[in-house]
Design a binder for this molecule. Structure first.
Ligand code: FES
Length: 295
């Protein structure tokens, strides 16, 4: 397996983009033809494809083993290319990098939030100092007799599952005067690498906004009360996915119709290949993202 510390980089030039589009288009045309064939013929084509892919995977595996021994940095650099990265992901020859702690904590809290909100409660992060996380149960959850249970069976369990490096989750009390004060993430510090990307008002609901930031291709969208940010690269072939249609919070790649849940980046077509996501903060009506995994 190749360890890729960074997400794929944008394509080097427009010429390669044209070639890539032509190649993807050719695949689309053949797939359209085959989709019209009867089941037995389609099964034969699928079998042939499986056999060829198995051969290619084995060859790639041998190539990676050899290059890894002789020129690991070159291999890492090659895997930063969107197409190469997409191919390695397709053949499961590259491990998706672990998202940063801030992002995984956000995921954990988002997971338990609907349950808390259905009881007029909520939860917020107060301190993150691995292996310790302090949270505050707010609304009715803060003074509910079952608050201990909410913490241990809901919040704590979700945090520990998403963030194995966190072994201690403690609930702290709200201090007087905190009602209505702006809630800032404990990660929202100037040295945490947050970059301003656009105004909140520019980010569409039921759609996506494609942007470039520091050489990265980004995809932003507004889902319920959150803004999400992903690498603008389909997990299938690494090509930009922003031209896809968004329907009921699901983005469909325009090429081979991989479907992505925009709330989480999860690929509904191939669950092991989510979109590469970046942490997002909203401050003063502006959207900030954290470009982790820099090459
Ligand atoms: S490039 Fe094939 S599904 Fe996106």
């Amino acid at each position: 397996m190749v360890q890729t510390p960074s997400p794929p980089r944008a394509e080097a030039n427009s010429e390669s983009a044209v070639t890539l589009a032509a190649l993807v288009n050719e695949i689309n045309q053949f797939e359209a033809i085959v989709s019209e064939w009867d089941e037995a013929q389609r099964a034969t084509v699928a079998g042939l494809r499986r056999a060829i892919e198995a051969l290619h995977r084995e060859a790639l595996l041998r190539l990676i083993r050899q290059v890894k021994q002789e020129a690991l940095p070159a291999l890492r650099h090659a895997a930063e290319d969107e197409l190469v990265y997409g191919l390695l992901r397709y053949y499961e020859l590259v491990k998706p990098p672990t998202p940063p702690l801030a992002q995984r904590l956000q995921l954990a809290l988002d997971e338990v939030r609907p349950g808390l909100q259905s009881h007029q409660g909520d939860v917020e992060l107060v301190t993150v100092d691995p292996p310790l996380v302090e949270v505050r149960l707010i609304g009715t959850c803060g003074h509910c007799p079952a608050a201990g249970l909410t913490l241990s069976q809901g919040v704590e369990e979700a945090i520990k599952r998403h963030c194995p490096e966190i072994t201690q989750v403690v609930a702290v009390q709200r201090h007087e005067g905190a009602i209505g004060e702006e809630r800032l993430s404990p990660f929202a510090t100037p040295d945490a690498g947050w970059l301003e990307v656009t105004a909140l008002a520019e980010v569409p609901r039921n759609g996506v906004l494609a942007m470039k930031l520091e050489g990265r291709s980004l995809l932003l969208s507004r889902v319920n009360d959150r803004v999400v940010c992903f690498q603008n690269a389909c997990s299938h072939l690494g090509v930009p996915v922003d031209a896809g249609e968004v329907e009921e919070g699901v983005l469909t790649c325009p090429y081979h119709h991989f479907r992505y849940d925009l709330a989480t980046g999860e690929c509904l077509t191939s669950p092991q290949t989510p979109l590469f996501s970046y942490p997002v903060e909203i401050r003063g009506g502006q959207v900030y993202v954290q470009l982790w995994g820099n090459a």
